[in-house]
Design a protein around this ligand. Sequence first.
Ligand code: NAI
Length: 348
Amino acid sequence: MACVVSIIPGDGIGPAVVSSARKVLEALSEVYGFKLSFVEALAGDAAKRDFGEPMPKDSLDKIRSSDACLKGPVGETAKDVIVFLRQKLDLYANIRPFKTLPRVSTKWRDVDFVVVRENTEDLYKCVEDVGEEYAVALMVLTKKACTRIAKVAFQIAENRRRKVTVVHKGNVLRSFELFRAAALNVAKSYPSVSVEEMLVDNAAYQLVVNPQRFDVILTTNMFGDILSDEAAGIVGSLGLAYSANIGDGFGLFEPVHGTAPDIDPSYANPLAQVMASKMMLEWLGSTKGNASMLEAANGLENAVLSLLEEGEALTPDLGGRATTEEVTRRLVDMLLKGRGTSRRPVVY
Ligand code: NAI
């Protein structure tokens, strides 16, 4: 039976990169023999313009009744779409892998870490009071949310280099003690994983001077948001940074980047959106027990690595001159010709 994927094309470069990811998924389903059906769920600035609301009920219904959602970036209405969906669907784990990649120009080599960001609370709970003379935003942390995100981080670390860095700002705000204590308590159940604590300002610095020291970074919502963009710069481009928003029964997959209003959409790097769809296949493959989706995810990652190694179809953010469409064609071509062969297991 086909898995239903709801698709949010988004705004700005969104429709271009989402269309690319969809073509790649169609090629993969042909090569690896699994079935996906797509349903469009319009949301974002365009939806607000056309239907009067950024997250129409019809779109929410489509997303809810799908097996997973592949989301493009949305613009000024991001809060009403992605922050809303993370809370409404309780997608509490935001998982963001960062790796240095072949031929992508950066200052570092052998960087490989994952940011695990709590996705439903903190200042992004958006409990605010803004007046003429003051503005207040409430930072909300609960033991339940801190504990469940810590479990995700330690589980991921168990399958990697077994180190978790708990990032907070407990020297200034007592509230972070709840997060810190929950993480250290969860750590007791994972004796093979080493744990360290780091204040967020130092984490921002260490990311720039010594990113190889990190394996899994566990942090709260807003810190995770900011550190992720810094991490994307460290591995070469926001156009390569992808993420999963996962809850107990649903997953939404998107690039880390926004709508990139400063570039021509036909030159947007589609690889972050494409790799978000790789994470979606991994999640669908493991939750639905579909081995061909897992193989396809591995094949896709290897095809992306081959594309980067080859260096012929790269967008301007990676120093190339190719359009989004040209990158997509090259990737699809590689997949259809079997260049995405198995190289190593997928572990994020
Ligand atoms: P941005 O991520 O859109 O852009 C930051 C920089 O990265 C820009 O120079 C841009 O050209 C570049 N960039 C991003 N993606 C790229 C790609 N695929 N290929 C090549 N270059 C790329 O961040 P910004 O400018 O702060 O936000 C723009 C809009 O996006 C805002 O309206 C914001 O609300 C929205 N946004 C939405 C998000 C979401 O839907 N999850 C996440 C972040 C921002």
